[in-house]
Design a protein around this ligand. Structure first.
Ligand code: ADP
Length: 168
């Protein structure tokens, strides 16, 4: 009896935790310049994910260097720094079940040439460099990245009235 109750409780906790997964997304300068911010945000809103943090800002080379530190030995790194700090960007945090994986599917893979239609990169971009949006690659990366761009206070916990119509 106790075991059943404990396993039910852990299932309940896992369900709650799943729903609270968060990801970090960054609309890049090319998307801002091309007026695609609204269309990109719409994809995640329509899917049913919840926006909990957003800014419109210029990113310093230092911040971009930190964000993309795992690519620092790549030959394209200097160009990436220049591109990412060349104009305004829109960092965002979204919440929902499996949002990290799902957001990457909505975005499409790194090279737009190989992206399927319907994905952001597949529909709106051509080359690997200016590919419109970044999405964290895992839960751990998402947590690290969101606190590079946001403080805890800038992330808003709220419950949309429609949530129970989107997922249980
Ligand atoms: P993703 O953005 O799909 O997670 P990566 O983390 O591998 O991909 O790369 C980060 C970003 O660096 C890419 O989105 C792209 O803007 C840029 N980039 C990656 N590979 C190249 C490349 N070969 N040439 C130019 N830019 C690149």
């Amino acid at each position: 009896m106790i075991c059943t109750l404990l396993s039910l409780f852990s299932l309940f906790l896992r369900k709650i935790c799943d729903h609270e997964e968060r990801t970090f997304l960054l609309i890049k300068p090319d998307a801002v310049q091309r007026g695609l911010v609204g269309q990109i945000i719409k994809k995640f809103e329509q899917k049913g994910f919840k926006l909990i943090g957003m800014k419109f800002m210029l990113a310093s080379k230092e911040l971009v260097k930190n964000h993309y530190s795992y690519l620092s030995n790549e030959p394209f790194f200097p160009g990436l720094l220049k591109y990412m700090s060349s104009g305004p960007v829109v960092p965002m945090v979204w919440e929902g079940p499996n949002v990290v994986k799902n957001a990457r599917i909505i975005i499409g893979i790194t090279n737009p040439e190989d992206c399927i239609p319907g994905t952001i990169r597949g529909d709106f971009s051509i080359q690997t460099g200016p590919n419109l949006i970044h999405g964290a690659d895992g839960v751990e990366e998402a947590n690290k990245e969101m606190y590079l761009w946001f403080t805890q206070k800038e992330l808003i916990s709220w419950k949309p009235a429609i949530t129970t119509w989107v997922y249980e």
